[in-house]
Design a protein around this ligand. Sequence first.
Ligand code: NAD
Length: 279
Amino acid sequence: MSSTEGAPRGVIPPHLLRGQKALVTGANSGIGKATAIGMGRAGADVVVNYVSGREEAEKVVEEIASFGVRAVAYEADVSDEDQVVAMTNRMVEEFGTIDILVANAGLQRDSAFTEMTLAQWQKVIDVNLTGQFLCAREATKEFLRRGVVPEVSSSAGKIICMSSVHQIIPWAGHVNYASSKGGVQMMMETLAQELAPQKIRVNAIAPGAIRTPINRSAWDTEQAEQDLLKLIPYGRVGDPADIAHAAVGLASDLMDYVVGTTLYVDGGMTLFPGFATGG
Ligand code: NAD
């Protein structure tokens, strides 16, 4: 069976996030792109953040606008404090507020440990961890300023941190990436604890192997894909829509009592499939 067989066919309810304003970082590629489109499909107005690749960002904006909601592309490096502050201020000016942040932007700079440069370590921590910290901090300020608007949502704001199964699965050759995602887990849980009394819901999604440019070498040859499938009990590589559906659900009031949780969307990768027949 081809691994794309059985890819998600879910239909996102078009009014689930109606009237809400969503900021999705790293939204011109892969998971962020699918999530921004999913938010728009669910009725939210969306800021499509990108750091490079304006044309692709504008295509995402166009697709979202076709659902009859507002979308704008905004260039900002999530690891740059001034740019993040300017982006969130601009979003509040243009859209009035922020209801949902999907802190998705991320990258890899892989290397064997002894060859890993400080620059490789720092870049991944800066974007994957510090970038989420900055975006979450600025969004939270707006959530607290505005408070709960019951006609819009039961909570004052939702933050979804894009983590990874590597927040709990060690990953040789990727110590910077795995450390950044381990950090995301503890940052998310600490923020969730700190902000829940203010009716702000902070959660994370931990994708398994999703077919995007970040991990092309893991799936773009038949052999690589077969090897990868050994780690996925559900028998297919994930699709960005799998994550978009989870993000839309988590952001919605259907999940209003879900606070400080990591939702693993991984086809069972974290079930230690190597132990299915032994151990
Ligand atoms: P991707 O490379 O397709 O997308 C990453 C996005 O982040 C791109 O739009 C990129 O331009 C953006 N980005 C990078 N640096 C940025 C910066 N400084 N400021 C703003 N944007 C920046 O990869 P993806 O797979 O869609 O990854 C999205 C998120 O999902 C990442 O956090 C990644 O760690 C996580 N993730 C992906 C997988 C997977 O299998 N694809 C698995 C687990 C976790």
